[in-house]
Write a protein that binds this ligand. Structure first.
Ligand code: GUN
Length: 281
């Protein structure tokens, strides 16, 4: 029977550990504060931001919410970020993406002080990861490493294939697996013989944004499959990038959707907020 990697359970364990750590910091007089900025009122973003605030409350992190109007100018947003960069009582700054079209996302990300970049999106954070220096790590791939480790799945020396090369998931995922001493292949939409490449994987991480794209023809017997996708199918049910029912009989471990990778992302954001204290020392 394949192991079903329970992201809900693992993220709860992690959040409880972080809650303890935050309580210890409080006893030493250290309070952690996260500033969350949302521009406009995109429905999905409001749900994510709400969940981030709830997680902060649970763990004991103070959150400052900045809900800005859709028509906020780039200058106004950048000046708020610069003000938060200066504030000693703010440890983390998160600007919820996507931003309205008139705002340059790269410019916004680069304006956040890299020492407060709890999303791990700043070029300094990305660079630090690639050369093995201390810095913030993008939450979803960081969460996947945590899922593998806490499920006792060995990464060292394993053949890993990451399908997808986004800046937020695919690329940092490959860097993190490499840091754990895996042999890593990054596959993408131009990869020839994707099935054959995926079939080499002991650990297959799928982040391509296509519902149920990966079926058993892409998976080696006994592989570990990590599904980053989340979609709603015709019946309004959630599904991932992996055809779970087709793949399940062939794997040794797999993440479900929902309840796999998803719950880890916010837990790792909380971990980054706690890590901020060390990074800022
Ligand atoms: N939008 C969707 N996911 C994320 C995330 O992890 N961070 C930010 N800032 N925006 C997002």
């Amino acid at each position: 029977m394949a192991q079903i990697i329970d992201g809900k359970k693992i993220s709860t364990e992690l959040k409880l550990e972080l809650k303890d750590k935050v309580a210890k910091y409080k006893k030493e007089g250290i309070e952690i504060t996260l500033a969350v900025i949302q521009v406009g009122n995109d429905k999905a973003s409001s749900v994510y931001v709400g969940n981030k605030k709830k997680a902060c409350e649970f763990i004991g992190i103070r959150s400052l919410a900045y809900e800005l109007d859709e028509n906020t100018t780039q200058e106004e947003l950048l000046s708020l970020i610069k003000e938060l960069n200066q504030r000693e009582d703010v440890n983390g700054i998160l600007v919820q993406l996507p931003l309205p079209k008139h705002i340059d996302e790269d410019m916004v990300i680069e304006t956040i002080d890299a020492k407060k970049d709890v999303d791990g999106f700043h070029p300094m954070s990305v660079g630090a990861l690639s050369i093995g220096k201390k810095g913030f790590i993008s939450c979803t791939p960081y969460g996947i490493i945590e899922l593998l480790k806490r499920s006792n799945i060995e990464i060292d020396g394993k053949e890993c294939v990451v399908v997808g090369r986004s800046n937020i998931v695919g690329k940092p995922m490959s860097m993190l697996l490499l840091r754990e001493n895996a042999t890593v292949t990054t596959a993408h939409s131009h990869t020839k013989d994707l099935k054959e490449v995926c079939k080499r994987a002991d650990i297959l991480v799928v982040a391509i944004g296509k519902p149920k794209f990966i079926n058993s023809e892409y998976v080696k017997e006994g592989a570990v499959v990590i599904d980053v996708g989340i979609h709603r199918n015709e019946d309004n049910k959630l599904c991932g990038d992996v055809d779970y029912d087709d793949v399940y009989p062939h794997v040794s471990a797999i993440t479900p959707v929902p309840g796999g990778v998803g719950p880890m992302t916010i837990a790792m954001l909380m971990k980054n907020c706690v890590n901020a204290v060390e990074i800022q020392k």
